[in-house]
Design a protein around this ligand. Structure first.
Ligand code: ADP
Ligand code: MG
Length: 385
């Protein structure tokens, strides 16, 4: 279905045309009419499938720009995602009177307070800063019509749940809640249902939450040979841009020091960096000034970079995070490759991930899942490209 077939105001339609959006993506088509009826939804669709605009387009329509109050509230788990989300809404709402604003931690609060007092219709925020601003009496929730939880399962996990419940409990009037993610386990679904009222569950995930355009490679390595395996891989592949994920900030720091001795245009990002630096790194990565980005999971969810060709798991992630990390490539049908460097103690987690995601792995050398005792010799290499 084309956007021109929807009953969209010309102002929104023009912006979508300028952005090159013609056809609705499947999740946009599935959710758009339901969102406009005012019903709560919990929607699942693969990484890179256009969930941001699936929310943003109807949200801009729901908002009445003649009323000076926050009517749409989008909550996201990271500061970088907050900036990206607000940019996309801003582009779509450019020709409308709808004012959009991002409030996130690590950025001068007084500037955000001034802007909020000036009048904002759609606020995109991270939970911590939002709670701060609610306590300070700067964010008034009494006009809220629609709340969006993006990366909903992350927002409902231990780190954020209490904050989200607190925020939602501050909204007393009737309102609609929209939850979006690529992943949601049964436990989180129950938590989601507790927050939602008669929700419509929409899942476009049949077998896999990861796009088919991603090839998943694995290499079984020893600790001592891991560096060499990484360097060989990066040299052998035609890497446009890559993110190399580690599980801890200290590992990111260490690996950054090592990799930069062998490769050019290497940077790193984690939550220990000052926010100005974090934002600047994301901007430079988008502008292709950085080729290899070494990162924690702060870059593991939601971020949309169009030039990334490769994802490497230096450390194997836990739970659904494999889907999110690798989902930084293969967006909107583009091709992408993921390599996970596996050591012995990762085997149970790899097995679990493969069984949960139904991903078909390609092994370089030994497949430790089927060949635990007798190593086999075939050394598969992916074709160049
Ligand atoms: P998700 O949240 O599902 O991971 P995003 O919302 O980040 O995916 O969208 C991925 C990319 O697709 C973004 O660059 C976005 O601008 C683009 N996009 C979204 N909807 C459309 C569309 N209908 N047509 C073309 N591109 C789109
Ligand atoms: Mg998203």
């Amino acid at each position: 279905m084309q956007f021109s077939e929807l009953n969209l105001p010309q102002s929104i339609l023009k912006s979508l045309q300028r952005m090159g959006f013609k056809e609705l993506t499947p999740i946009q088509e599935a959710t758009y009419p339901i969102i406009l009826t005012g019903r709560d939804i919990c929607a699942l669709a693969e990484t890179g499938s256009g969930k941001t605009s699936a929310c943003a387009i109807p949200l801009i329509q729901i908002v009445d720009s003649n009323i000076k109050s926050i009517q749409g509230l989008v909550i996201v788990p990271t500061r970088e995602l907050c900036i990206q989300y607000v940019d996309e809404i801003h582009k779509i709402a450019l020709k409308t009177q709808v004012a959009v604003f991002a409030a996130y931690g690590g950025f001068d609060k007084s500037i955000q307070v001034t802007k909020l007092k000036h009048g904002v219709h759609i606020l995109v925020a991270t939970p911590g800063r939002l709670i701060d601003l609610i306590y300070d009496g700067v964010v008034d929730l009494t006009g809220i019509k629609c709340v969006i939880l993006d990366e909903a399962d992350r927002l409902l996990d231990d780190g954020f749940l209490e904050g989200i419940e607190l925020i939602l409990s501050c909204i007393r009037q009737e309102h609609q809640i929209l939850m979006f993610s690529a992943t949601m386990n049964e436990e989180t679904k129950k938590l989601a249902n507790d927050c939602l009222k008669n929700p419509k569950h929409i899942s476009l995930i049949n077998k896999q939450a990861t796009p088919k355009s991603i090839e998943h490679y694995f290499a079984y390595v020893k600790r001592e040979t891991k560096e060499k395996a990484l360097f060989d891989y990066l040299r052998r592949e035609r890497v446009n841009q890559a993110i190399i994920f580690c599980n801890a900030r200290s590992m990111v720091d260490t690996l950054h020091r090592i990799v930069r001795k062998h490769f050019r245009d290497v940077e790193y990002i984690h939550a220990g960096l000052e926010q100005g630096k974090r934002s600047s790194i994301v901007r430079r990565f988008r502008a292709k000034k950085i080729r290899y980005l070494i990162a924690t999971d702060v870059a593991g969810r939601g971020l949309d970079f169009s030039h990334i060709s490769h994802i490497v798991n230096w450390n194997f992630p836990r739970g659904e995070q494999y889907t999110h990390r690798t989902g930084r490539v293969g967006r909107m049908g583009r091709k992408g490759r993921a390599l996970s460097l596996i050591t012995h103690h990762d085997i149970p987690a790899v097995r679990e991930m493969l069984s949960a995601t139904k991903i078909k792995p390609h092994w370089f050398g030994i497949d430790p899942l089927s060949q635990l005792s007798a190593p086999h010799r075939s050394s598969r290499r992916p074709p160049r490209g």
